[in-house]
Design a protein around this ligand. Structure first.
Ligand code: AMP
Length: 414
């Protein structure tokens, strides 16, 4: 698995001429042999009745874990799972992750009763070279999200070295992502390396044309991203609920569609800005509308400038699907974040499916920015056709915005 991963990354570097931009130390820059290595992973997997329904996040952590085992480290894994809000809640225990990891690795992954304290410490001290253990959910302690110094210190006291490989929480300054790095030599793992590599390469040295596709519910969540992307992209496609604020900004009626009134002026400025910068800004030219916000609502298709007052837009229409697919077809690089409509309902999933297919069928480097677009790509069975599916929605949006992530900044420079 590890070799396949390295080969595929090398292949991508070679084929597309990506350059490495990471100036932080990685696990290959330090000696891990016989060292207790605390690894922050993102094992925030979906669970149903205690059963893991998608283990993608566990699989994504394997290259780092396997490297550490192979190099005789004593591996101490830690992660959060769900939102236990600082309390010990058994339904958020990492026990199912320990069991799944034991299966995958073919060796026992011992589970500590807590994150810090005597049990965790004695288990960590009992590890032999190549052994693996996992701490309980770090968010069972409210000190974790508060980035509490004493808690960070207690966590650090379990190990000799810290490896951050949790890309999904790298945009959060918590004890197990940044605090602990103050007290230990701190480096990044292969997943973070891979995520940064893909995202930075796509934005900083893209194979052109660079096409960004943004969707989802709110403009306000993506203002920073849109502004940053307008400086970099050749084409910016905006779909989903957020498109209606733009359509209104152009002076058209949008019925009862989602609209952020206080963002209309900003949307106007963005449209002007795109023109000034020569960015091809594409908005939906037709919409799949419904009478109410329900899957079985009365529906129809209209051009964007003929929206009835008593309907709301729930997906892009077929003309927009064609328009967006054409823009994607000759792209060199595609970055996609956010669905084109309410894709959770089959009736209004066509726009997101069409865009997902267009991205999958293009020859471009395709990067799916976590969250709902990643969920959609898995749901439609297209995951294998994408160059990279990010494990962090929030973190990848912040990278697109050009922000530095606290969980990366905290690591040791090369
Ligand atoms: P976000 O978290 O901002 O990326 O938004 C994702 C959510 O946007 C998904 O749950 C979609 O169902 C929702 N969404 C997409 N298009 C629309 C729309 N036209 N109206 C309402 N919600 C939408």
């Amino acid at each position: 698995m590890f070799i396949i991963y390295l080969l595929s990354l090398d292949f991508i570097h070679e084929r597309f001429g990506f350059k490495m931009v990471l100036n932080k130390k990685t696990i290959e820059d330090i000696d891990v042999s016989s060292k207790k290595v605390l690894v922050r992973c993102d094992f925030n997997v979906p669970l149903q009745d205690g059963v893991i329904t998608n283990d993608k996040r566990i699989m994504s952590a394997l290259p780092t874990i396997e490297y550490l085992i192979k190099n005789n480290a004593k591996v101490i894994l830690c992660s959060h799972l769900g939102r236990p809000k600082g309390e010990f809640k058994p339904e958020f225990s990492l026990a199912p992750v320990a069991a799944r990891l034991s299966e995958i690795l073919g060796k026992e992954v011992k589970m500590a009763k807590d994150v810090v304290g005597e049990d965790a410490k004695s288990l960590a001290d009992s590890l032999n070279d190549g052994d693996v253990m996992i701490l309980e959910n770090v968010r069972f302690h409210k000190e974790e999200t508060a980035n509490d110094e004493e808690f960070s210190k207690a966590l650090a006291s379990l190990a000799d070295v810290f490896v951050n490989d949790a890309f999904g929480t790298a945009h959060r300054a918590h004890s197990s992502t940044t605090g602990v790095a103050t007290f230990l030599p701190a480096v990044c793992g292969y997943l973070i390396q891979k995520e940064l590599d893909f995202m930075n390469s796509a934005i900083e040295v893209p194979k052109r044309p660079l096409v960004a596709i943004l969707g989802g519910a709110k403009v306000s969540d993506k203002i920073g991203v849109i502004n940053a992307l307008l400086e970099k992209v050749d084409t910016l496609i905006i779909g989903g609920g957020m498109a209606y604020t733009f359509i209104k900004a152009m002076g058209y009626g949008i019925g009862n569609s989602l609209c952020e009134e206080d963002k209309i002026d900003l949307a106007k400025q963005m449209i002007e800005n795109a023109k000034a910068k020569g960015v091809n800004l594409l908005l939906p030219v037709d919409c799949h509308i419904g009478k109410t916000f329900e899957e079985n609502t009365e529906d129809s298709f209209v051009d964007f400038d003929k929206m009835p007052d008593d309907y709301l837009g729930l997906d892009i229409g077929p003309k927009s699907q064609d328009l967006f697919a054409k823009a994607v077809a000759d792209a060199g690089t595609i970055v996609w974040n956010g669905p084109m409509g309410v894709f959770e309902w089959d009736k209004f999933a066509s726009g997101t499916i069409a865009v997902a297919n267009a991205v999958a069928n293009s020859n471009a480097i395709s990067i799916i920015g976590g969250g709902d677009s990643a969920a959609a790509v898995y749901k439609f069975g297209l995951a294998d056709k994408m160059s990279h599916i990010s494990t962090g929605g929030g973190a990848s949006l912040e990278l697109l915005e050009g922000k530095e992530l606290p969980g990366i900044i905290a690591l040791n420079d090369k």
